[in-house]
Design a protein around this ligand. Structure first.
Ligand code: ADP
Length: 516
């Protein structure tokens, strides 16, 4: 039988740089078996013991930092600075975050116990679920795999990871890192291959599926998960709005919009894809945007700002959106139309687009490319309505020097996150939840819930076991009226009269202790 391979092309030259053997679908049951076997010991370790592996991983990553940046850049076409700052740094930061928080977050939590349960104590415990399947995309192939993998592992789960076939080299790089950090056999395994492999992995009933990718695939995986009742997190696309009011720091807003729209060539689920600007400052902001775009350098060098597109299919989606917009009367304020694009290049022009209307694809659908549509608005209410008029709701930003006004707008946006006077940065704070509303996804990760969701959340109530019986147990004989009186007293809006409360309570204890 001929072995299937994932082929790695360098986006710059389309040069073939490696062939990575695909994991056969026949291998999948054995992977789940190994994961299950490894779970027995890994799940029993204390969080601190698991963290010791993470510390080694962090050390290896730091030792190899520049090689890793180079490898990520080669596979994706992003500049090394972005590989360093947006793929490696969030992962390192997450490892540090886990060192500081995981033991507490995953430890047993004491919670209050209602007074009616006199003498009892209540706790919440976090128990690993089993084998977690992490399926990840190609735009940030390192951090969008590593953060969910590490979140699942620290809770005591074992993981099968299926990185994107578009960036298979990064998949192998991650696999090697875990080997170098001496993670026990079977605790983290990588399956290399495409969507058929991904689909086959979901059908083997993992104990949790964590998926990052397109809405379309998210829905397919959601159906499989529903069929088998597998809990799932879906991190999908975005069409994120940036709202600039007339009292905003326009120079800063222009720099942020350009970075927010063009970082990673716009291949970011939370990139700025719609820029709404208050009418009075539309023209000045547009000129500032043009100035900022003119300063940007495209290339792969250390001093370049914007790398290339990663995936040729995505280039065609961007082309279709721009062609549709231009046909309907939109105007390119920067960049050139598709017929002037270099066919053999993965670099796209950096395009600020004016004259757009809400029915254009570039406003309705995720473009995931270096395109920044700019739209004027008249009132704050209109801006909120326009921003919310989308199937997506992942991230948003609001720009104003009046922070109260900005907070008020932020509260009205149907979005997983809102940043005031900055863009994208909420995702980099691991104390904050990350996830989307509407078609942008289901569930949140990062923050405390980002670790706890990979665990069964277990409620525990403890009684010291010395009392003979409980008031709500049998026999019920003669207790009904006492319960009525007790409840009326306990929940009274006038406040509890404790003398009366205790009288009814003692009466109930007495009747409970009566032998029938
Ligand atoms: P993107 O283009 O944003 O990467 P996709 O949704 O196409 O989005 O792919 C994201 C990940 O999902 C990739 O790793 C891909 O191989 C995987 N995938 C695609 N289709 C399926 C499927 N039906 N079942 C499981 N995984 C899939």
């Amino acid at each position: 039988m001929q072995e299937e391979k994932c082929v790695v092309h360098f986006p710059k030259t389309s040069k073939h740089i490696a062939s990575i053997p695909e994991t056969s679908v026949y291998e999948i049951p054995f992977m789940y078996e190994r994961a299950k076997k490894a779970f027995r010991d890994w799940s029993k370790l204390k969080v601190e013991e698991r963290l010791s592996y993470f510390t080694v991983l962090k050390r290896v990553m730091l030792e190899e930092l520049e090689e890793l940046a180079e490898k990520i850049s080669v596979d994706t076409g992003k500049v090394k600075t972005e590989a360093l700052v947006a793929d490696l740094m969030p992962t390192l930061d997450f490892l540090k975050h886990l060192e500081n928080t995981a033991t507490k977050t995953l430890g047993r939590q004491k919670v209050s116990t209602p007074l009616l349960f006199i003498g009892k104590k209540s706790y919440v415990e976090y128990m690993p679920r089993g084998t977690v399947l992490v399926i990840s995309p190609w735009n940030y192939p390192f951090q969008l795999s590593m953060v969910p993998i590490l979140s699942a592992l620290i809770g005591g789960n074992t993981v099968i990871a299926k990185p994107s076939e578009v960036t298979p080299y990064v998949g192998v790089v991650m696999e090697e890192l875990f080997k170098k950090a001496n993670f026990p056999e079977g605790v983290i395994q990588f399956a290399h291959g495409g969507k058929e492999l991904g689909a086959a992995l979901t059908e083997q009933k993992p104990d949790y599926i964590f998926f990052t990718g397109s809405v379309q695939t998210g829905k397919i995986i959601g159906q499989v998960a529903a069929k088998h009742l597998i809990p799932i997190t879906l991190e999908l696309g975005g069409k994120d709005p940036m709202i600039v009011l007339k009292d905003a720091n326009l120079k800063r807003a222009a720099k942020a919009a350009v970075w927010g729209a063009f970082t990673n060539s716009g291949q970011v689920c939370m990139s700025v894809e719609r820029l709404y600007v208050e009418k009075e400052v539309y023209e000045p902001l547009l000129s500032l945007l043009k100035e900022e775009v003119a300063k940007l350098k495209q290339g792969y060098g250390l001093n370049d700002d914007v790398g290339s597109m990663t995936f040729s299919t995505q280039k065609e989606i961007v082309r279709a959106h721009i062609e549709d917009a231009l046909k309907q009367g939109a105007k390119l304020e920067t960049g050139v139309p598709p017929h002037e694009w270099k066919e053999d290049s993965m670099f796209l022009p950096l395009m600020v687009l004016s004259g757009v209307t809400r029915d254009m694809r570039v406003i309705q659908e995720e473009t995931f490319g270096p395109v920044l549509p700019i739209i004027p608005f008249n009132t704050v209410e209109e801006a909120i309505e326009l921003a919310n008029d989308s199937e997506y709701g992942l991230n948003a930003s609001v720009w104003s020097s009046d922070l109260d006004k900005a907070y008020s707008i932020a509260s009205q946006l149907v979005s997983g996150a809102v940043v005031i006077n900055d863009v994208l940065i909420s995702v980099a704070n691991h104390h904050l939840p990350f996830g989307g509303t509407k078609q942008s996804g289901i569930g949140r990760y990062h923050g405390e819930q980002g670790l706890r969701m990979f665990c069964h959340e277990k409620a525990i109530v403890v009684d010291d076991g010395r009392k003979k019986t409980e008031i709500q147990w049998y026999p019920y004989k003669g207790k009904y009226r006492d319960f009525v009186a007790l409840l009326k007293e306990y929940y009274s809006h006038k406040g509890v009269n404790w003398v009366k409360f205790l009288k009814h309570y003692r009466e109930l204890i007495k009747k409970s202790n009566q032998e029938s």
